[in-house]
Ligand binder design. Structure first.
Ligand SMILES: [Zn+2]
Length: 193
């Protein structure tokens, strides 16, 4: 349990300066597994993910009274308050570890819980395309321009879409009612997302 000590104090992870990317998921694993063990061993303690606001280490694990969280779903104990986790009312008072707690902790240390989370290192999405940007040719029927009405003629369509070919022949589209030029809004190209 490589991060166990870090999760115990607000000075963990170098005072919050170097929180590793797998810390959040590993916290879930530790708490999920340990709470299962604590229940099995009838400990009076449960663990809670505590998202510490402000400076220092943001990811803590705290002890809470088992009776207090008896009806709280397991996920709300390990996900942290940032993700809708259970929040104690009033001050957080940590009960002292009991015998079952210490036994569960020793047991969990042997479970290789860290191996349940893998960290995937990958290139940023915009770095995957190694070729530089350049101008590309697109067929005209995959391009259209939007022009909006710029006059008070409400009976006329608000927006019209004009392809390059129509623009070449007709120029700036106008209001059919009063002849005012429409205003250019944007260009769209057809593609799959
Ligand atoms: Zn008009």
């Amino acid at each position: 349990m490589k991060y166990w000590e870090d999760f115990q104090t607000k000075w963990g992870f170098a005072d919050g300066d170097s929180v590793p990317p797998d810390a959040l998921l590993i916290r879930q694993v530790y708490i999920g597994e340990l709470n299962r063990e604590l229940e099995k061993r009838q400990s009076g303690i449960r663990l809670l993910a505590w998202d510490r606001p402000g400076m220092h280490n943001p990811y803590l694990i705290v002890r809470v009274n088992a009776a207090m969280v008896r009806n709280v779903p397991a996920k709300r104990l390990f996900c942290g308050q940032q993700s809708g986790g259970w929040e104690p009312k009033g001050d957080l008072h940590e009960p002292e570890p009991d015998e079952a707690f210490n036994a569960a902790l020793v047991f969990a240390q042997e479970m290789e819980l860290d191996d349940r989370v893998v960290c995937i290192v990958t290139l940023r999405e915009d770095q995957k395309r190694s070729r530089p940007m350049r101008w590309l040719d697109i067929t005209d029927d995959h391009v259209r321009h939007r022009w909006d009405r710029d006059c008070p003629c409400v009976e006329v369509e608000e927006s019209v879409y004009v392809d390059p070919d129509s623009y070449e022949n007709g120029g700036i589209p106008i209001c059919e009612e009063c002849g005012t030029d429409r205003k250019y809004v944007k260009t769209q190209i057809k593609g799959k997302r």
